[in-house]
Design a protein around this ligand. Structure first.
Ligand code: ATP
Length: 503
């Protein structure tokens, strides 16, 4: 699994999907740039979401709110006071760890250590059977594991309850060590606000302190009435938005899974008070179905229903995905009650109410939110699609078996050789089809190697132009996944590609 993850990162770089940000300066931690193929894949995922959410729902409309918002927004939303992660400082290494990640790391180390001990005992057992020694070692390791496990579990619970004093005490009891340096000098456990601050205005005296938005949702809430009135929307209705969000994550690792600048695709659905559970269930299922429609495999998804709820929610669930490092949150579905709209009413002094003509009454709608990370979607799709295949003749090939609808390039046109008019004819096919599909032209290297390159880029079709094409206007079309080749008329290409790559 670790190897798979390494392959994902290096494939993404080698084939122009994702580069570390400002790499010439050795990068910026947890910030990434989407390269020539990555931007296409990312755009396609965004469009696939937008189509399903906005275009296919007559009662959902889009929005593109600004990243910078009036600072009171974040007081009302609770982000100024309660958007924290507990962080642990190590005095010696000067490193900071997100408490829950440190616990995870430690549990991992604990397992490794125990396995090693048992392995050692087993080796001895092979050389000269010493039952007593083996049994004692085993018992010692098990006791060590279970004692520390129990402390880790208590620590996890204390973190959940925000009881940082207790976490501190447990760290001492555990004698936890810095996973990288082994040093045990922990200083403090404290809360760390994840919002990035910035300033608006030129003069130091009256500059206004702003935040980069940590979620796109609030741009939707403050525009709720504007959209409802100007669009004559009737409850239930939704507002959808995709856009950048920023969080100063304490531990930034796992590639694009946890970034400091990332993109969200969110939809806030406004419903009658009391009907939120019905809609919560509806959106949980609808969103799962959307994921399943990509064909990455049913067993790669699971729900995680939250027991401990955020201050604004009365029900919440994650759709978790089986990433290369295990099941982790991909999307959140939250029943946010009327918390946000009421808070904005209170802080702004403006009414954010809806007049329901059927009930003949005014109310603040309840909200059900679906929120998925675009970059996490990218990672889910990319890592699941990357395959190393052994072919019948024993050779191997790397194929990025992306869902065709998301593939950056839909078809590559390849002249068999670089003369006899084949390049010109191939280019003409590209020029004709590029109105409808993202196309590529490639004439470098032997055709077999060009096929492999397109496989690694996830291109569903390769179209090869050869001498027969000059005579009868047919080409071979090769399918990425089956590697099957058919001889077809140039005139039929548009329809063949279209039937596979459109939603
Ligand atoms: P986590 O528990 O993993 O930090 P979260 O519960 O804070 O995530 P939400 O606030 O519910 O996440 O955000 C909604 C979605 O935005 C998440 O499901 C995830 O896909 C995405 N997301 C959140 N934080 C990040 C990040 N730092 N990098 C990339 N995507 C993120």
């Amino acid at each position: 699994q670790e190897d798979l993850f390494k392959n994902v990162v290096s494939h993404a770089k080698e084939y122009g999907f994702i580069f570390p940000s400002s790499e010439v300066y050795d990068g910026l931690s947890a910030v990434y740039d989407y390269a020539q193929n990555g931007v296409e894949l990312k755009n396609n995922i965004r469009q696939y979401w937008w189509k399903a959410m906005v275009q296919m729902h007559e009662n959902i409309v889009g929005l593109d709110a600004a990243i910078l918002m009036h600072p009171t927004t974040w007081k009302a939303s609770g982000h100024v006071d309660a958007f924290n992660d507990p962080l642990i400082d190590n005095k010696d290494s000067k490193k900071r760890y997100r408490a829950d990640v440190l616990i995870e790391d430690y549990a991992e180390k604990l397992n490794q250590k125990a396995e090693k001990e048992i392995e050692k005992a087993r080796a001895r057992y092979g050389e000269a059977f010493n039952e007593q020694e083996f049994v004692t070692t085993n018992a010692r390791v098990m006791e060590y594991k279970s004692r520390n496990r129990e402390i880790l579990e208590r620590m996890g619970r204390s973190l959940g309850n925000n009881d940082l004093e207790d976490v501190k005490a447990l760290i001492e009891e555990l004698e936890i060590a810095d996973p990288e340096t082994g040093s045990r000098n922990w200083t403090d456990v404290k809360q760390f606000n994840l919002m990035f601050g910035t300033k608006l205005g030129a003069s130091a005296d009256n500059a206004m302190d702003l935040y980069l938005r940590p979620e796109t949702a609030q741009g939707i809430f403050v525009n709720f009435l504007n959209v409802q009135k100007s669009g004559r929307m009737k409850v239930p209705f939704g507002i959808a938005q995709t856009g950048k969000a920023f969080r100063n994550e304490i531990v930034a690792r796992q590639f694009i899974f946890r970034m400091r600048e990332f993109e969200q695709m969110e939809m806030q659905f406004f419903v009658r008070p009391g009907e939120e559970m019905k809609w919560y269930d509806y959106w949980k299922q609808t969103r799962l179905n959307w994921h399943l429609s990509l064909g990455l495999g049913v067993t790669n998804y699971r729900f995680h229903d939250h027991e401990k709820l955020a201050h604004y929610a009365n029900a919440a669930a994650d759709i978790e995905f089986n990433f290369p490092f295990g099941f982790k949150e991909l999307e959140g579905i939250h029943s946010r009650t009327d918390f946000d709209l009421k808070a904005h009413e209170q802080y702004s002094g403006r009414k954010l109410q809806y007049f329901d003509p059927e009930l003949n009454e005014n109310y603040v709608p309840y909200v059900v939110e679906t929120s998925v990370g675009l970059d996490r979607m990218f990672l889910a799709v990319f890592s699941t699609s990357l395959k190393e295949e052994t072919l019948e003749d024993g050779s191997t090939r790397t194929v990025l078996a992306l869902p065709s609808v998301l593939a950056p390039t839909k078809a590559a046109v390849l002249p068999l050789i670089k003369r006899d008019g084949l390049p010109e004819l191939a280019q003409k096919i590209v020029d004709d089809l590029k109105w409808d599909f993202n196309m590529a032209y490639d004439e470098k290297d032997a055709v077999g190697r060009r096929y492999r390159r397109q496989d690694a880029l996830g291109t569903p079709f390769c179209i090869t132009v050869d001498h027969q094409t000059l005579e009868d206007q047919t080409v071979t079309i090769r399918h990425r996944d089956s590697m099957k080749q058919d001889r077809v008329a140039i005139a039929s290409l548009r329809q063949i590609i279209d039937s596979e790559v459109n939603m």
